[in-house]
Design a protein around this ligand. Structure first.
Ligand SMILES: C[S@@+](CC[C@H](N)C(=O)[O-])C[C@H]1O[C@@H](n2cnc3c(N)ncnc32)[C@H](O)[C@@H]1O
Length: 211
């Protein structure tokens, strides 16, 4: 069953249904996203990529002078993002894109925001690898998401709950370490971001030289 629902097709369907209520549902997460973007320390004129940017809630937190490309798979989410950009007269560009296969040049972004996407996208390893590829050496990525806390096994209750959450909202049992291990990205900062240690912020850096 998980295989059926862990697909781009299902993501597009469910996020089309969730789009009208997304901003209200995501309201409790505003502090975490603010903190994560603050830690990313975006400088004037830097090129910033948002993957799975949804309705664009992060755009309100980003510095106004950043050069932002915001991407998402679901037209209904992206439509709301475009309205936000228009209404607030932002300069960000919003484009439909699969975060697992970015049609973007390697090394072309200074900073990347991966908020609430690694637990949603069908293949989180492919997503983080693509982010690593399009990031310039020395560039940084902010991850804000829910993961299985370090050293914890998913018990029966949590696995049962995940059958529901993974189908409708997000997987709650992915392990950040096993996703990050598939890349050369270095964790330069890590902190808990609420909800009993289930939400975390990670700042990752791409090495200047590949090892
Ligand atoms: C939980 S929302 C997060 C939205 C936003 N990043 C935020 O912080 O509010 C997950 C988003 O991922 C998008 N998504 C799902 N699969 C995707 C994929 N393969 N590529 C890009 N975006 C995807 C969904 O359309 C949805 O907008």
């Amino acid at each position: 069953m998980a295989i059926l629902f862990n697909t781009n097709l299902w993501n597009r369907i469910r996020y089309t249904m969730l789009a009208p209520i997304y901003d209200i549902a995501a309201f409790p997460l505003r502090r975490g996203r603010r903190r994560s973007i603050g830690l990313l320390d975006i400088r004037k004129g830097e090129k910033v990529l948002l993957v799975g940017a949804g309705t664009g809630l992060d755009l309100e937190v980003l510095p106004a002078d950043a050069d932002v490309l915001a991407t998402d798979l679901t037209p209904a989410m992206l439509g709301r993002m475009r309205k936000r950009i228009e209404k607030r007269k932002m300069t960000a560009r919003a484009v439909i894109m699969d975060g697992q296969d970015l049609p973007l040049p390697s090394g072309s972004f200074d900073k990347i925001v991966l908020h609430l996407i690694l637990a949603v996208i069908p293949d989180p390893v492919a997503c983080l690898r693509e982010a690593e590829r399009v990031l310039r050496p020395g560039g940084r990525i902010a991850v804000y998401d829910k993961f299985l806390p370090h050293g914890q096994e998913a018990g029966l209750g949590r696995r049962g709950l995940n059958l529901f959450t993974a189908m409708w909202f997000s997987d709650i049992n992915r392990r950040f370490a096993s996703i990050q291990r598939a890349t050369q990205l270095r964790v330069v900062h890590e902190e808990e971001a609420g909800f009993g240690g289930n939400f975390k912020v990670f700042i990752l850096e791409k090495p200047l030289l590949p090892s």
